[in-house]
Design a protein around this ligand. Structure first.
Ligand code: PMP
Length: 400
């Protein structure tokens, strides 16, 4: 009964709290405020007028910044507009419309993409919107389970790619090990030609405590002669401004050649003024030091989430060393109920199921917590409410 009375007390407070999206908080955005006062008094740069069309692949120095963030050689990287998700969407649309030398994916009866789970909801929505089939693959703490991938690839010829968030994965927080990366390349190159690894390195430099490093997949793939397998993505969304940063795509020379005509039909040139500002900003601010400032701001929030979860006795959860999420695993069948109860208290949580393709978490057990966007005080109140709802849902389940 104790949770029920606490629930009623919290309800009376008419809370309005939000743990849904992995967004930087205002103080994090403020770390990059100097971007806005960068003086551009000479628009001639990289042999173009920054204000004009042109330089489709982005400013050379900005591509270099992208390579530093993504941890791969500069030659692979193009610097685009403000969002890596847009670059993913454009690239996958290109595969559906044109394909990579063996016809458009859309002309095939069924094209499937492997989706490591729990995973990033927007990958799943994008894939579904493009009419592609999704097949879940379990993550095992060091990346996706290679035996499962191998058996799927051997038995299902419709599989043409896999989504990966290799560092501080959204939402499990795990980082892919070197042997997982090697295994992925070996399995895909052996069993399926013209298939792709979509390497969404959104949290490449987002450690808030010392973290396991991520190996450069492009170097490993190159050594094996398989660079064409990998399409990399990343952005400065959680480095500078989430809405006005720079997105990057990384591709082999052959993939660049194949993709360029399609890409050039979508735009005449990226926003080079913003790219220039980013170049200047990171000439004056060391990237690692800048990320340490983010870490100082987000670490207390992750510690607070751990404190609340450790203070109760239900479920299990991740304790990430970077990225933007904590993943809570409840007893099977309780995630939806906990989220419904939280919503009743005025606490928004990402809908149950969003961690899985088609919005279906088969065991109804995962809840994604995104603690960065709110203040510490709001987070404290949100976690109190969430923990109360967890207790209440578990009690209801036991019919106490
Ligand atoms: N990929 C992943 C794994 C993400 O978590 C996010 C943001 N939540 C994005 C991509 C979006 O990136 P961008 O802002 O560059 O579009």
């Amino acid at each position: 009964m104790e949770y029920l009375s606490q629930f009623e007390e919290l309800k009376a407070k008419n809370l309005s709290l939000d743990l849904t999206r992995g967004k930087p908080a205002t103080d994090q955005l403020d770390l990059s405020a100097a971007l806005d006062s960068i003086d551009i008094n000479d628009y001639a740069f990289d042999q173009v007028d920054l204000r004009n069309y042109g330089l489709l692949k982005g400013l050379s120095e900005c591509r270099e910044l992208g390579s530093e963030i993504l941890g791969c050689a500069k030659d692979y990287v193009w610097a685009g507009g403000n969002s890596s998700l847009t670059l993913m969407s454009q690239y996958l649309s290109y595969l559906c419309i044109q394909g990579i030398g063996d016809g458009p994916w859309s002309s095939e009866e069924r094209v499937s993409i492997l989706c490591p789970v729990p995973g990033y909801d927007r990958h799943f929505v994008l894939t579904e919107n493009l009419g592609l089939n999704m097949i879940s693959v379990p993550l095992n703490g060091n990346g996706p389970d290679l035996d499962t991938i191998k058996s799927y690839l051997e038995s299902d010829h419709s599989i043409r790619g896999i989504w990966c968030v290799p560092k501080h994965s959204n939402p499990t927080g795990e980082t892919y090990s070197k042997s997982t990366i090697e295994g992925l390349i070996d399995i895909f190159s052996r069993t399926r030609k013209k298939s792709l690894i979509f390497w969404d390195n959104a949290y490449a430099v987002h450690d808030f405590v010392e973290s396991e490093p991520l190996e450069d997949i492009f170097s490993i793939a190159k050594e094996k002669g398989e660079e064409d397998l990998v399409i990399g993505f990343g952005s400065t969304s959680k480095i500078t401004y989430a809405g006005s940063g720079i997105g990057f795509i990384a591709l082999s020379e052959l993939n660049q050649e194949l993709y360029l005509p399609y890409y050039s039909s979508c735009l005449i040139g990226p926003d080079k003024l913003n790219q220039f500002r980013h170049v200047k900003f990171f000439q004056e601010n060391d990237l690692n030091q800048h990320m340490s400032k983010h870490a100082e701001l987000v670490r207390p929030k992750f510690e607070l989430v751990q404190k609340w979860l450790e203070g109760q006795s239900y479920g299990s959860w991740t304790n990430p060393t970077g990225g933007y999420f904590v993943l809570l695993k409840t007893n099977p069948g309780l995630a939806k109920r906990i989220i419904t109860l939280s919503n009743e208290l005025g606490l928004k949580i990402t809908p149950a199921g969003s961690t899985h393709p088609y919005g279906v978490d088969p065991q109804d057990e995962y809840i994604r917590i995104a603690p960065t966007a709110c203040s510490l005080e709001e987070l404290d109140a949100a976690m109190e409410a969430l923990v109360c709802c967890m207790g209440l849902a578990h009690q209801e389940n036991l019919n106490i």
